[in-house]
Every structure is written in C-alpha cells, then in structure tokens.
Design a protein around this ligand. Structure first.
Ligand SMILES: [Zn+2]
Length: 101
C-alpha cells in the first residue's frame, strides 16, 4: 500500500452545482429501493461548468468546509439567542403575578 499525500490546505475546489438527476440527494429511486445516483457518483453535485462528476475527495473537502461553516453559524446563533421565557409576557401583563388556572 502506497502512502497517499494529504490534500493541501489551500486546495482549489471546482465550482459545483446540484445534480439534477438526484436533486442533490446522491440517490435515485430504483424499482425496489433507493440506488446510488450514477450521474454524480452519489455525491449529489456536479461540476458547475462542465456538468461532469467531481472527484469524491474534493467533494469531501467541500462538504467539510460547509459543515465547519454551518457549525460556526450555529454557535454564533446560540450565543446571540436569549433564553426564551414563555411566561415573560404574562408576568408583565399581570403585574408579576402568575396563576396556573
Ligand atoms: Zn446525482
């Protein structure tokens, strides 16, 4: 087994578009069950300009970047979100008194 060199950190990713055949799911409905999409090699994306398949290692890098970005977005949303107090309005309207009935 030969040693593979890891992908460069600054690797250029090709422009990608969603696969029309599987609508980006990477799977198509077969006769009896879901099957891998042959058009995009089950990646859900194709080269934006040429419409050709993209190497799965490049797709993985792109997806890792997307996941990382979404994690950052979620974390920043969590930080900015105030804890929700479902009785906040009620307390003010009723002068601080809250009844369960
Ligand atoms: Zn596809």
């Amino acid at each position: 087994m030969s040693k593979q060199s890891g992908p460069s950190l600054n690797i250029q990713l090709p422009p990608m578009k969603r696969c029309d055949t599987c609508n980006g799911h990477g799977e198509v409905k077969g006769v009896f069950h879901q099957m891998q999409c042959d058009a995009c090699n089950a990646t859900g994306v194709l080269h934006k300009d040429t419409g050709e398949q993209i190497d799965t290692s490049l797709v993985m890098i792109a997806m890792r970047r997307v996941i990382k970005q979404q994690r950052l977005t979620i974390e920043s949303l969590k930080k900015n979100q105030q804890p929700h107090d479902p009785y906040g309005d009620l307390k003010e309207k009723n002068g601080g008194k809250f009844r369960m009935d």
